[in-house]
Design a protein around this ligand. Sequence first.
Ligand SMILES: *Cc1c(COP(=O)(O)O)cnc(C)c1O
Length: 385
Amino acid sequence: MQRHYFDHNATTPIDPQVLDAMMPALREVSGNASSIHSFGQDARLLVESARLQAADFLRCEPKEVVFTSGGTESDNLAILGAVRAAAGDRKHVVTTAIEHPAVLQTCGQLEREGVTVDYLPVGPSGVVDIADVSAALRPETVLVSVMHANNELGTIQPIAEIAATAHAVGALFHADAVQSAGKLPLDVDTLGVDLLTISGHKIYAPKGVGALYVRKGVEIESIQFGGRHERARRPGTENVPGIVGLGAACELASQRLAVESARQAALRDRLEQAILSQIANTWVNAAGSPRTPNTTNIGFGGIEGEPLLISLDLKGFAVSSGAACSSGAVEPSHVLLAIGLSREQARSCLRLSIGCGTAAEDVDRFLAVLPAVVERLRALAPAGR
Ligand SMILES: *Cc1c(COP(=O)(O)O)cnc(C)c1O
């Protein structure tokens, strides 16, 4: 059976060019980048050249890039690190109700440590209102953390405006840019961020590597202990092959961005329009908002996303449902509830996220199969649903 992958927001395959770039770091360069001998120096060279690639990608200085184990760690380091480095009386954080769990649960930990956190609502647009940001800010606000693009909806937040608003009260600003990297231009000065998170495996590099941008002069406390690596901000022997892969993926992303964004947006729009016109009682969440080019989140009234996902998987199509199964139980997505869907509506949504490897034929095959699958599930659904 041919398989088709529509779940690039969950993870991407390693690009062959990224893998090629990594091979010397896996086969030949075996040193510890902290060792003084030539083996160590070879590894150090690879790490520093990847840092240049990441810095080019983010339009920052190499020393502002901290390599981590991924998006989750970068979010933790940014938020815990910035809040813990701040003066003791600044104990207020502002974030949004639609953040990734890596941000939400880190904020939850801060609350247990006595920090007050405000979670800004978003309406059906899935976009934070700048007036809500202003209203939430206080003199003691130490950090505002708002994602650049949402992983479930694709909605793009007005990061530059929010950052400026945060700076006006002296707060730092962090953006989780895991879902915008490679899809939207990233320039830390244009965005006005102090801290910015990216993850390797969302941009065709391997899992288990990421980076945090830390603006020059911004103090963060390390959240792990055991060494002075990464300018004493992230201890631990560097994951040299992973870092090399991340660097190569950053360079590739810059090269491809314009062409791929336009190509994927056209494919996504065609997919969306075909589903809306061919299948009754469907809707696109946050359809009118600015969104990343590869993502659509669609409700299929009267059926549940989970059985739909499983039926599609059996036919070779990988998609994601509007439910988070992280706890084992199927809970409707906090993002879909935050944009005002009922629990039942949230449960009936699918997220389709295409990528660099998605061809027009993948979309055609999907569209050839989907209507009958939906029809069959609707026929099986209990009456009144
Ligand atoms: C995937 C993701 C993360 C977590 O990144 P990992 O590298 O998987 O830890 C954080 N934020 C967003 C928005 C994501 O999509």
